[in-house]
Every structure is written in structure tokens, then in C-alpha cells.
Design a protein around this ligand. Structure first.
Ligand SMILES: [Zn+2]
Length: 435
């Protein structure tokens, strides 16, 4: 049976017939020549009767595949690795799928979504996978609703720092290479797993409520660094107050030596470019934005990409909240400003609750998404609004959600009928008036 993937926004990725509970990844990485040697063991479960399955793996070549220790037949084409199981598995059966692979990792292209995944820097590497880049560096079931825990071991030359989503549990030096081991003990979708390699130093900023740090080039500009990233511990404290407990065990912002067009969130780690070390509000707001994704997007993750506003609208609203908290400009003033911008936008018609893959990262998904939350806040009042946000995270952290879940949740927490409000903001092209 040919499987076409699970999400129309990211066609050809993911296989809904099975899922992964834990990834064990052992990678050797050579910067010279950009080469990965990988050994991946996926602890899996059959979600239906299963005779074969498909794994996402882009450009890298598998050399050997075993299921529960038995060598099996496989076929690798167009980023999909088809694995024949030695015996048909019943629904609920668990199995270990081990894949040895190697090659030069490169970003996964997409005509609509652009490229994403493992990318070489001038002197290092980054992984920016949202939404379809994870198969550029490890074999995975690449769908956002398949969350798993991870253990990732990577060896790289001694003079490089390696940062991975999760907690560093060991680093061992042997000859010219160091092997770094990280564990992510909270469920994570494949697109939020990341690796960052560069000549970095670690700046510890806070130890409470969780360690907060920046991993950055040694020759960073001091004042720009302090202006953009210096408030991270205060941001964490503020967001904990508004959104509830920080959902992971630490938070790391990696600043690459290269400039990056946009920063990107991964689980427990965000990536910025050298150009983001600046006292400009546009840098500070992005630091708040990526941090807020730890609650909205990473702990609580969409089940389908059409619900992207559940990530971007919330992270954008968090920028406005921080703007007010930091005394820059009130959230209401930000809302009024962006309301006019969205209202006069001449872009193609956009339905926030299902924008389509072409408009998935359109600026209006962010701004109209944030305005939708502001409208909810105006309608239900501050106390109920922040109750909705906090209980949304505590009810769903580690899981996947839909827009319908959020609407039902907001109605249940506030005791109000919000159908008309959400219908207008999410499913009509016309911009409604703020309440
Ligand atoms: Zn974002």
C-alpha cells in the first residue's frame, strides 16, 4: 500500500499507520565534507495491522535496516524509506526499528514551503526543520502528532560546541572528537528536534525556575547581546506567571555566527542569527516570541498544520504582552496598530483557521492570530482570559490539539458561548471589529 502522508500542508511526510515512542540517535558528524554517519533505533508501535511501513529520510542513504534485530528488505525513493516487516504485526504491537545510514545532509526542498532542515553554516551547522526538515538528518515518522522522547548522541571535533534539544547528560572527549549526549524526556514531534554546532561559548543567565542560557559566538557585540537577550530570565518569569509552569527542563537560545533571515523555535532551544543581537524592538520581540513557543507550539502542539495560528498567533500575542510588561507599549496599542495593518493588507484572501500551505507563515497568521486572542480577552475579561491560557497549557502539555479543542476549552473555562466570535475571526476572510 502506498501511503501519501498524513497532512495536506506537508504532503508525502509521515505515516499514520504506526508511531514512534522513543528515538535513540547516534550520529558522527564531520564538518569538513559535511558528512553524517548515523545509527538510529526507533521504538515503535503499530497503530493498525502492519505488514510494511514508511519512514521519512531525505538524501541520506540507508545501508542496513533491522526490525527487532532481524534484517529486513527496504526500498528508499524520494525521501521515503519503505520497510517490509518480517511478520505482519497486530495493532498495538511494539517493535524496534534500527536504521544505519550515512551521507551529506542537506535541507529538504519544497516548492510551496521552501527548504528546511540540516544546513551548513560558514563554520558549523544548524537544524531548522519547521515544518518538513526533520528527515534531512534522521529517519523519522515526520508528522506533528507523533510525539516521542529522544536520546541523541553526536560526536563532533573538540573545538566545537554541540547543542541539541533537551538536557546534556554527558560529554566525552576521545582523541580529536567529543561525543555529546542529550536527552529530551518530554514528548517532542520530529520537526522540533534540533542540532546546533559551532564555535560557541555558554552564557548561563539564570538557574531558576529552570536553567536559562545563551550559546553564542565569543566575539559577540556586548551591548547588542545584552539588549536583545539580557531580559530572557525576566521573560521566563513573566510568561510563567501568565501561561503557567515552564514546560521543559531548561531553555537555551543559540546565536549563530552567521546572520539568519528569521529565528526559529525548537523544543527547549531557539536559534537566532548574529543579526538578532541588537537593541531594536524587532529583535527583542523575537526573543520573546521564540520563548513563548515553548508553551504554545512545543508543549501544546497542533495536530494538523492548518491550525498554525495556535502557535504563531499565541507567540505573537506574547510579544505584545511582553511589550506592555517591559514598559515599551501596551498590548492594546500593539493590537490597534496591527489591526489597521491587517485591515489594509492587500495580500490574497486569508482564512486564519485554514490558511493553506502557501499562506501558512503569512504575517497575517501571526497578527490576526494575536488579534483573535486580544478579541477573546476583550470579550471575557483579563482574569478569565489568562485562566483560559494557563489551563489550555496544563490540560494539553505534551499533547496535540486542534482549533476546535481551543474553542471548546475557552467556552468551558469562561462559561460563555464564543462560537460567533471565533467563527468571525477564524473562518471569515473579512476582519471583524474588536469587541
Ligand atoms: Zn513563531
Amino acid at each position: 500500500m502506498k501511503r501519501d502522508g498524513t497532512d495536506p500542508y506537508v504532503p508525502g511526510h509521515g505515516d499514520a499507520s504506526w508511531s514512534v515512542t522513543h528515538y535513540d540517535l547516534e550520529l558522527g558528524y564531520k564538518l569538513v565534507g559535511n558528512r553524517i554517519d548515523g545509527d538510529a533505533t526507533l521504538h515503535c508501535r503499530a497503530d493498525q495491522r502492519l505488514a510494511a511501513l514508511e519512514v521519512d529520510l531525505h538524501a541520506l542513504r540507508p545501508s542496513k535496516v533491522t526490525v527487532d534485530g532481524r534484517s529486513v528488505r527496504f526500498n528508499h525513493r524520494n525521501g521515503r524509506l519503505t520497510v517490509s516487516l518480517p511478520t505482519t504485526l497486530e495493532t498495538g504491537a511494539t517493535f524496534a526499528l534500527r536504521i544505519r545510514y550515512a551521507g551529506s545532509p542537506r535541507p529538504v526542498p519544497s516548492q510551496v514551503l521552501g527548504t528546511a532542515g540540516w544546513e551548513e553554516l560558514e563554520d558549523g551547522a544548524i537544524v531548522a526543520s519547521q515544518p518538513h526538515g526533520a528527515p534531512s538528518w534522521f529517519p523519522c515518522n515526520d508528522r506533528p502528532d507523533d510525539k516521542a522522547t529522544y536520546a541523541v548522541e553526536i560526536s563532533a571535533p573538540n573545538d566545537y560546541h554541540v547543542a541539541v534539544s533537551g538536557e546534556l547528560t554527558s560529554s566525552r572527549r576521545s582523541g580529536s572528537a567529543t561525543t555529546w549526549r542529550y536527552e529530551m524526556r518530554h514528548p517532542m514531534p520530529s520537526y522540533l528536534a534540533t542540532v546546533q554546532i559551532g564555535r560557541y561559548e555558554v552564557v548561563e543567565q539564570a538557574s531558576s525556575p529552570v536553567p536559562v542560557r545563551v550559546v553564542a559566538p565569543m566575539d559577540r557585540p556586548r551591548s547588542g547581546f545584552r539588549a536583545a537577550f539580557g531580559d530572557q530570565p525576566a521573560m521566563v518569569a513573566f510568561f510563567v506567571d501568565r501561561f503557567g509552569d515552564y514546560p521543559f527542563d531548561s531553555y537555551t537560545a543559540v546565536i549563530t555566527d552567521d546572520d539568519l533571515e528569521i529565528p526559529l523555535e525548537s523544543q527547549s532551544l531557539s536559534t537566532f542569527g548574529r543579526n538578532h543581537m541588537d537593541d531594536d524592538w524587532d529583535c527583542i520581540r523575537l526573543v520573546a516570541h521564540e520563548l513563548a513557543h515553548q508553551w504554545f507550539g512545543n508543549a501544546v502542539t497542533l495536530a494538523h498544520w492548518r491550525d498554525i495560528w495556535l502557535h504563531e498567533g499565541f507567540a505573537c500575542y506574547a510579544e505584545w504582552l511582553w511589550s506592555e510588561e517591559a514598559g515599551v507599549k501596551s498590548a492594546a496599542a500593539r493590537a490597534a496598530h496591527h489591526y489597521e495593518r491587517v485591515r489594509t493588507d492587500r495580500g490574497p484572501e486569508l482564512i486564519l483557521g485554514d490558511p493553506g500551505p502557501e499562506l501558512m507563515f503569512d504575517d497575517r497568521v501571526y497578527k490576526r492570530g494575536a488579534l483573535t486572542l486580544h478579541a477573546l480577552r476583550l470579550q471575557v475579561g483579563d482574569a478569565a482570559f489568562f485562566d483560559v491560557l494557563r489551563s489550555w497549557v496544563s490540560a494539553h502539555r505534551g499533547g496535540n490539539v486542534t482549533t476546535a479543542d481551543f474553542v471548546a476549552h475557552a467556552e468551558q473555562v469562561t462559561g460563555q458561548d464564543l462560537a460567533t466570535l471565533f467563527e468571525a475571526w477564524l473562518y471569515q476572510a473579512e476582519l471583524p471589529a474588536l469587541p
